[in-house]
Design a protein around this ligand. Structure first.
Ligand code: AMP
Length: 295
């Protein structure tokens, strides 16, 4: 496995591999890796010749500077995990390698930078105005900015994303379509701790008690999956709100039952081909998200 910090060096290396007809699978991450990330590497290995994993804590997708600062950074352990998982290339750029001074200044001034569209008209419409989009202003613009940059650098055949970030996946699919980037997006299932908690780099910041308590989140979501055929959307949301409210230290941000494609809230279970329940909450100081596909 090789570690590369420079964009040009990575491009040169990948060009030589492409010249030998190797297919490239790409797994973008922000590091502090866990088995959820490794499951993406494993999925990539089943159908690509060369696996590239990027580790980059992207400043432009954080709307809260304290969240960015506290984001766990564990590069040595990450490299060890990737080596064990037989990843081929780890791309670890500095912030200044990925962003120009102008782009960083726009971020500092909280101006939404659309230069990543390269003059094309890209509009995520209602996809970006609900749930994470509503609660984290500018977040998806930052995600699209960094993922489009990474796609232009790596030019992967396939890129792997977790369904843990369900809305992010929809945004990336939409971005790829609108920018006509020739990459296949592969969605991978959510990996969970034994108590059901969705694996997340942010779990590192939970205390032992909070981590145990956080098992409640997926229990509520799976209970909704059990109940949805006999209850209304309103009843199910009220059930989740009460469960979360009664848990000390948990502060619900949203619980939404939404069409799995458009991500717009549904009012019943009759009209939609596929429906997902999504949740975001704070446990102590840590913001957690999770979701379960109902059907
Ligand atoms: P992150 O490092 O949190 O930006 O995540 C990098 C990629 O790993 C994203 O595509 C996430 O959706 C995915 N991911 C994060 N947690 C999990 C999980 N528990 N199971 C599967 N994929 C995950």
């Amino acid at each position: 496995m090789i570690i590369i910090n420079s964009i040009q060096q990575l491009k040169d290396h990948l060009n030589s591999l492409r010249g030998r007809n190797k297919t490239i699978g790409f797994v973008p991450t922000m590091g502090a890796l866990h088995q959820g990330h490794i499951s993406l590497i494993n999925a990539a290995k089943t159908s690509c010749d060369v696996i590239v994993c990027s580790i980059f804590v992207n400043p432009t997708q954080f709307n809260d500077p304290a969240d960015l600062e506290k984001y766990p950074r564990t590069l040595d352990a990450d490299v060890e995990m990737l080596e064990k998982a037989c990843c081929d290339i780890v791309f670890v750029p500095e912030v200044t390698e990925m962003y120009s001074a102008e782009e960083l200044e726009l971020k500092r001034q909280k101006v939404e930078d659309k230069s990543w569209t390269k003059g094309k008209k890209v509009d995520f419409g209602p996809l970006a105005s609900v749930m994470e989009g509503a609660h984290r202003p500018g977040h998806f613009n930052g995600v699209a900015q960094v993922v489009s940059k990474l796609f232009r650098i790596v030019e992967p055949d396939k890129a792997y994303f977790g369904q843990k970030d369900f809305q992010q996946l929809a945004i990336i699919r939409s971005m790829v379509k609108q920018l006509e980037i020739p990459v296949e997006i592969i969605a991978c299932p959510i990996m969970r701790e034994p108590n059901g908690l969705a694996m997340s780099s942010r779990n590192e910041r939970l205390t032992k008690e909070e981590r145990e308590q956080a098992g409640l989140i997926s229990k509520v979501l799976f209970k909704i999956k059990d109940l949805y055929k006999s209850k209304t959307v309103t009843e199910l949301k009220a059930f989740a709100e009460n469960e979360i409210k009664s848990a000390p230290q948990m502060q619900l941000e949203y619980i939404e039952i939404a069409d799995a494609e458009t991500l717009q809230p549904v009012s019943d279970f009759k009209q939609n081909k596929s429906v997902v329940v999504c949740i975001a909450l704070k446990l102590g100081a840590v913001r957690l998200i999770d979701n379960v596909l109902l059907y």
